[in-house]
Design a protein around this ligand. Sequence first.
Ligand SMILES: [Zn+2]
Length: 502
Amino acid sequence: MPRTTEEQRQLWRDFECAEDKMIVVPFGPDRIRVAPVTADAWQALAAVMAHHRYAIRTTDTDSYNCRTIKDGTGRSLHSYGIALDVNWQTNPWRDHQGTRPVNFSSKLTQLERAEDVRVGIADTDMTKEMIESVLRIQTKAGLRVFEWGGGWQTVKDCMHFEIDVSPADMSAGIDTRTVEGWNTFVANAAAMPPAAAPTNPAPTAGTPGAPPANAGQLHVVIARGALNLRSGPGTTFPVLRNLAANTVVSVVGRQGDWARVDLEGDGLADGFASLAFLQPTVSPGQPGPGLAPTASPSQPGPSPAPPAGTGILDQVTPAAAKRMFPATGLGPITANLPFVLAGLGSFNLVDRSMVLMALATIRAETEGFVPIDEFVSPFNTASSPFDLYDAGTAIGAGLGNTVPGDGPRFKGRGYVQLTGRDNYTRIGSQIQQDLVGRPSLANDPATAGVILARFLLNKEAAIRTALAAGDLRRARKLVNGGSHGFDRFKDAFDRGLAALPG
Ligand SMILES: [Zn+2]
């Protein structure tokens, strides 16, 4: 029995907008972010598409994305990591009068079918045969795994595939006999070289064979690209997900040159990563010189009514902050909170209101409590990543993006998701960092902490006024410009009122 979207939301609620629970898996040439237990289902889908010689484009294929559905009546299943949009450029979302079945093109090639979509005589560049194969994919218990958005009667969402079974059903596994082309797919995958290790490690990278890491010691990922987290200690083991540069992890053991890594902070191993790309960090609360805030403490910004001393910062423990972040692991909070507090301290934003403002902003922007790149999504990307932000676009103009390439160059980064040339320029000069020349600095935890604090300082008076009036929506708008993430912001703020000393 197909499940309704509401049933699926309930069954998968543990994953709702739980960015830090998602894993990155290959999908054809692309890499997609999905709920862990669904990994094999996407492999099966990729196998069927390969079998039908259907080409997947990386530029307009996307999975996890915390957002509401198009009619605004609830969260999209993309928010749970159980939906995938494939090639949206040639499989556009279409509303239409009344009900009707999907129109397939009868053309032989994907390119010709795409042309039929463009001129409006077909809804999709996928074939009827391929979709029938997709719908035949079953779990070992015989349940149909996928629902296809092109199969809906009232609208057509042909880019859209969603998991139609529960997490428990999914964990029983895929019956690979129902996956057309599975054996070829597996043979091809095995013939491919293992994913390359990240290149260009920072010069200070530890070398393989460096002294053993202390068990449970925090390390930061120093691979310039993403570091592969694998299921075993070697490059032949499957990649479980990527760890972005500057991600903080806990090393709970080692095997040869490989670290056993804990991402959740619960002491349990989540996979293996190459020690060459992990650098020990200092323990929270004792930022070393290399990790100190980058803004000069001798030049704090103006502060109309600075509360004296360290305010409540001493009392904002990881456990207290965790109460504002119910879906986030204690690990990333423990690792990143010191940088956030150091940033706030450097601008004397140390009272309860501003601390709550900072943490609730992080919850709205980067709930995983790790400074990260903005995800590619239909909201920022039409054909190449972040082209909707680029110079010459309406959004780009609002962001001060004036040079071609500014869209991806100044995409959202860090705890506050700093976006656009204007913001990078202004905040960069205020904190004396070359954010325009080195935009990726905005994801460095220490810098990201200072950026967040500086961003709030720039609006301090207005924020204090809004908070004093109890107008959280206005406070959120001062940071975001809109109300994106307001539910999370408010939830975090309310929880913080109970968790942090008044
Ligand atoms: Zn979709």
